[in-house]
Design a protein around this ligand. Structure first.
Ligand SMILES: CC(C)(COP(=O)(O)OP(=O)(O)OC[C@H]1O[C@@H](n2cnc3c(N)ncnc32)[C@H](O)[C@@H]1OP(=O)(O)O)[C@@H](O)C(=O)NCCC(=O)NCCS
Length: 199
């Protein structure tokens, strides 16, 4: 089980890791993490890659990898989760939001969790971290596009208070949408979680 996550606002703006469980930390992703990101995506199963990118992906292109790691501008905020065991550290998740170019009060998020770590609450925790950071930084609406059949993502989002809106232009897709405001737990002090990540 995760313990309570004590959110430290100062940490949300740098790359200091926040420990969320024994051996598991979350930190801001930086440009130099491109190699970790490459390794992480290479380790994902085809279905997980498919759900994440919504199309069949064999290998993430270098161009896309660099875009995903390039979070220096303030439109793009990304996190990675790492697990350390016996001195070996590996990336177990990535999560991000990117602000809308024309309306920076809106953003779109995406999350991917290593196959063997899915279903243990890590996605929910990362979403709380994203929401907290977005809210502090003036984002009023979080959205994500996903395939209707992505049960895990739809369930995660519903559980976090998102509405699920059909995309009439493409009925295979749904839009997940949530208004962030001061009464959201995510925008208050602590993300509260009772996840069960530990093996
Ligand atoms: C979707 C994803 C991010 C969810 O993260 P996660 O850590 O596995 O999810 P959590 O453990 O926090 O669970 C969140 C909810 O989803 C449910 N869930 C998780 N995996 C599930 C699955 N395979 N099938 C059905 N429900 C599932 C959980 O039961 C939980 O619901 P509950 O609170 O009602 O019990 C993760 O499964 C993933 O990386 N999938 C592949 C990539 C992807 O689809 N990304 C989304 C693109 S935006």
């Amino acid at each position: 089980m995760f313990g309570e996550i004590f959110w430290n606002e100062t940490r949300s703006s740098d790359s200091s890791p926040v420990k969320i469980d024994e051996g598991v930390t979350i930190r801001r992703l930086v440009k130099n993490d491109v190699g970790l990101l490459r390794e992480f995506f290479r380790g994902l199963s085809k279905p997980t890659l498919f759900w994440r990118f919504m199309s069949p992906v064999h290998e993430i292109s270098e161009k896309l990898l660099h875009q995903l790691a390039d979070t220096k501008h303030d439109r793009h905020y990304a996190l990675i989760a790492e697990h350390e065991e016996n001195g070996h550290r590996r990336t177990i998740a990535e999560a991000r939001y990117v602000r809308d170019q024309t309306d920076p009060a809106k953003c779109e998020f995406a999350i991917s969790i290593a196959d063997e770590m899915q279903g243990r609450g890590l996605g929910s925790v990362l979403l709380q971290f994203l929401e907290k950071h977005a809210s502090i930084n003036g984002v009023l609406e979080m959205t994500a596009e996903t395939l209707r059949e992505n049960t895990a993502m739809v369930r995660l989002a519903k559980g976090a208070g998102y509405s699920v809106v059909t995309n009439f232009a493409d009925p295979r897709m749904v839009k997940l949408k949530k208004a962030l405001n001061q009464s959201d737990p995510a925008s208050q002090g602590l993300p509260h979680t009772h996840a069960k990540i530990a093996a």
